[in-house]
Ligand binder design. Structure first.
Ligand SMILES: Cc1cc2nc3c(=O)[nH]c(=O)nc-3n(C[C@H](O)[C@H](O)[C@H](O)COP(=O)(O)OP(=O)(O)OC[C@H]3O[C@@H](n4cnc5c(N)ncnc54)[C@H](O)[C@@H]3O)c2cc1C
Length: 382
């Protein structure tokens, strides 16, 4: 078992973290304050192929294997202090680009992937509804068959990238008698299609530069060619995208945790209290040693889950284990970083309070920690 990165992977990691540090962090404080999504920075990310990491070159992507993809996202999380921008890229790539790349027809891939990889087409994944969050498949949005295709009616909520999206991957019930395996289908829909309106836009605690809204579908007519995969295949497509999302966002968090650790070590070495650096006080040093241990465990779980993508259906348990551990560790490390930085950490001019607010959401989206435990227990036969 070799835990080292290949030369190519190390290069990807170095290049993306250098790019992110240099290009993406200016004005992160004001973007967070103003809930501003930056299309210019989004396009810079696309220039680095971040929105199409695993997609083949012929469709505009970087053609990376899953582990290299995950290492690239880790580098983004390390270098970019704008957690909302990182989240916007991840939501687009992991929950929209990847399912279209994996399940799309040749025609769909040619139509959508080049624009999605180039960043000119922003996508949003619309699954959650007000009555169905954790119980994701109890959605009520319906897609009814007509002579020309399907007509969709329903309201989606908490749609990340929704306000700025050009394209929406929508999950809807196509046969209520079949339950979620067989009864739910995925549709790729242009957001300008008549009948789609943006409902409430949400002000969030964290990830504020990634915009979020409700999307209302009223008699939205789409052709047969809008179906992704096959009618009734929606649950499998959603689960596959969640496997990638849980691992990919965890990787981004691992990168951010590394940055928080470095900030904490640096502060503990340079901030003196009572004639010695605070890092010489065992309470602070032990906290940082615990952070390092959590970070290393988080990285290994994430890499292991990434290495299992597309190898076996059972990798879903590895994705949930990684998601559960990394998101809980991310919250804890963000909180500890704040404590180590004292009053300075609490001030908005530092990145720490923003990263803490960003970290809180990580145990909620892509399935809460409780849902990850349910999934893990289910795979263990409980
Ligand atoms: C920042 C952010 C971004 C998001 N982006 C998107 C997006 O792009 N697209 C999208 O479709 N959705 C998105 N969501 C929605 C997200 O997937 C849901 O918020 C999440 O699945 C939880 O659902 P809920 O909010 O309805 O909470 P609920 O399901 O109401 O859960 C409330 C509490 O009850 C617990 N609970 C519920 N059921 C169980 C159970 N069976 N066992 C144990 N505990 C349980 C939960 O763990 C939680 O603690 C996003 C959410 C956030 C916060």
């Amino acid at each position: 078992m070799d835990f080292s990165l290949s030369k190519e992977q190390q290069l990807i990691k170095d290049n993306i973290s250098t790019f992110a540090r240099k290009e993406l962090n200016k004005d992160a404080v004001s973007r967070d304050r103003d809930q501003e999504f930056s299309k210019a920075l989004w396009l810079k990310c696309a220039d680095q192929q971040l929105q199409g990491l695993p997609v083949e070159n012929e469709f505009g992507g970087a053609g990376l294997d899953p582990v290299s993809t995950i290492i690239a996202l880790e580098a983004l999380g390390y270098g970019c202090t704008d957690g909302g921008l990182n989240f916007a890229v991840c939501a687009h790539l992991l929950a929209c680009v990847i399912p279209i790349w994996k399940y799309g027809t040749e025609a769909q891939k040619k139509q959508y992937l080049p624009g999605m990889c180039k960043g000119t087409m922003i996508a949003a994944n619309a699954m959650t509804e007000s009555g169905s969050g954790s119980d994701a498949f109890s959605i009520k949005t319906k897609a009814e068959k007509t002579a020309k295709g399907y007509v969709l009616n329903g309201i989606k909520t908490f749609t990340s990238n929704g306000p700025v999206a050009d394209l929406i991957l929508v999950y809807a019930v196509t046969d209520a008698t079949k339950g979620y395996y067989g009864g739910i289908s995925a549709f790729i829909i242009d957001k300008n299609t008549p009948g789609i309106t943006v409902g409430e836009t949400f002000e969030k605690m964290g990830l504020r530069s990634c915009n979020m809204c409700e999307l209302i579908f009223e008699n939205v007519t789409v052709p047969e060619s809008a179906v992704l995969g096959a009618i009734g295949a929606g649950a499998g497509i959603f689960n596959y995208s969640m496997e990638w999302e849980r691992i990919g966002i965890a990787a981004c968090h691992v990168g951010t945790m590394e940055r928080l650790l470095e900030l904490s070590v640096n502060y503990a070495q340079t901030r003196t209290m009572g004639n010695e650096p605070i890092g010489k006080k065992q309470a602070v040093a032990h906290t940082i040693a615990g952070m390092k241990t959590q970070l290393e465990a988080a990285r290994m779980l994430t890499y292991k889950a990434a290495a299992g993508i597309d190898k076996s259906r059972e990798n879903a348990i590895n994705a949930s284990v990684a998601k559960l551990f990394v998101s809980e560790a991310f919250r804890a490390i963000a909180m500890e970083t704040m404590q180590i930085h004292g009053g300075n950490g609490y001030m908005t001019s530092y990145e720490i309070e923003r990263t803490l607010r960003d970290a809180i959401g990580s145990t909620i989206y892509s399935g809460t920690s409780e849902i990850q435990k349910n999934i893990i227990a289910g795979w263990l036969g409980l």
